[in-house]
Design a protein around this ligand. Structure first.
Ligand SMILES: Nc1nc2c(ncn2[C@@H]2O[C@H](COP(=O)(O)OP(=O)(O)OP(=O)(O)O)[C@@H](O)[C@H]2O)c(=O)[nH]1
Ligand SMILES: [Mg+2]
Length: 287
């Protein structure tokens, strides 16, 4: 019996959310793998519905980790900086293909003096979100170190990686000043803001080019978000939830020995596709 509260209606995923950029995606499949869809339809997902998957969020101080989590979980934004001391976490419940699925989002401190407390919570992550500020090239350069530290405590071959550029609103590719920023949930976040753009279009393009390269090197999926306007925030977390769910169901199928001969799970492939189904055969269990 699942004793947790019912899942919010806006946390129900029936389709695989798509990646932001095909050049730096964990995979570019249009939908969940047929084996996963099939297992969900036939209630063969084992313990997945009772599991809580740990997701850690790391990156330099003040890049916007806390704001990103708060925008998604609470639909709030605080313009004042309050450093995270050690760690904090939020629980988010989803329903993916009819199966309950929970993410525990660990918000870690970026400040050096709190880093050693935070790093003790890195272990056991199924996904690592490395955040940098799209307007601060040094924060992008530091992402490799953040990843290395997080991977010391985790299995690099099984963890999903996401590289997230934050504060997209401070670059030029956002709605014009005075526009009514409306969240996906339909609530206004901020109206008639006076935005000071930190980057010219050329600078932003260069930054994104560098970020895509870093993401490809890390074999991470790239996202660019704004916690102020809400741009891409929900899409990003839905993608994290869906891909983590997919990995969990596949692991469960493998454990229960129902993996079909002919399917190949490819990890760390050159084309950044995490999964590759070699067989062109249709699954036998579903029409
Ligand atoms: N314009 C803009 N400002 C942002 C955005 N996200 C965060 N900020 C601001 O950046 C500052 C730092 O945000 P936090 O979320 O606290 O940063 P953090 O990464 O959690 O910092 P630590 O906890 O010290 O590691 C705050 O003043 C936020 O208001 C964003 O999307 N756009
Ligand atoms: Mg914080």
């Amino acid at each position: 019996m699942n004793i947790l509260a019912p899942v919010r209606r806006d946390r129900v995923l029936t389709k695989l959310p798509q990646c932001l950029r095909k050049e730096a995606a964990l995979h570019v499949h249009k939908d969940f793998q047929p084996r996963v869809t099939c297992a969900c339809q036939e209630h063969r997902t084992g313990t997945v519905g009772f599991k809580i998957s740990k997701v850690i969020v790391v990156g330099d101080l003040s890049v916007g980790k806390t704001c990103l989590i708060n925008r998604f979980c609470k639909d709030t934004f605080d313009k004042n900086y309050k450093a995270t001391i050690g760690v904090d976490f939020e629980m988010e419940r989803f329903e993916v293909l009819g199966v309950p699925f929970s993410l525990q989002l660990w918000d870690t401190a970026g400040q050096e003096r709190f880093k050693c407390i935070a790093s003790t919570y890195y272990r056991g992550a199924q996904a690592i979100i490395i955040v940098f500020n799209l307007n601060d090239v040094a924060s992008l350069e530091h992402t490799k170190q953040w990843l290395a530290d997080a991977l010391k405590e985790n299995d690099p071959s099984s963890v999903l990686l996401f590289l997230v550029g934050s504060k997209k609103d401070l670059s030029v590719s956002v709605p014009v000043v005075g526009e009514d920023f409306t969240s996906r949930q339909g609530k206004p976040h901020a109206q008639h803001l006076t935005l000071t753009f930190l980057q010219t279009p050329a600078q932003y393009i260069l930054m994104e080019k560098d970020a895509l390269k870093v993401a490809q090197e890390m074999k991470a999926e790239y996202w660019a978000v704004s916690s102020l306007t809400g741009e891409n925030v929900q899409e990003f977390f839905f993608r994290v939830a869906a891909l983590t769910f997919e990995v969990n169901v596949l692991a469960e199928l493998e454990k229960s020995g129902s993996r079909r001969i002919g399917d190949v799970v490819r990890i760390n492939s050159d084309d950044s596709n995490l999964y590759l189904t070699a067989s062109k055969k249709k699954p036998t269990c579903c029409p």
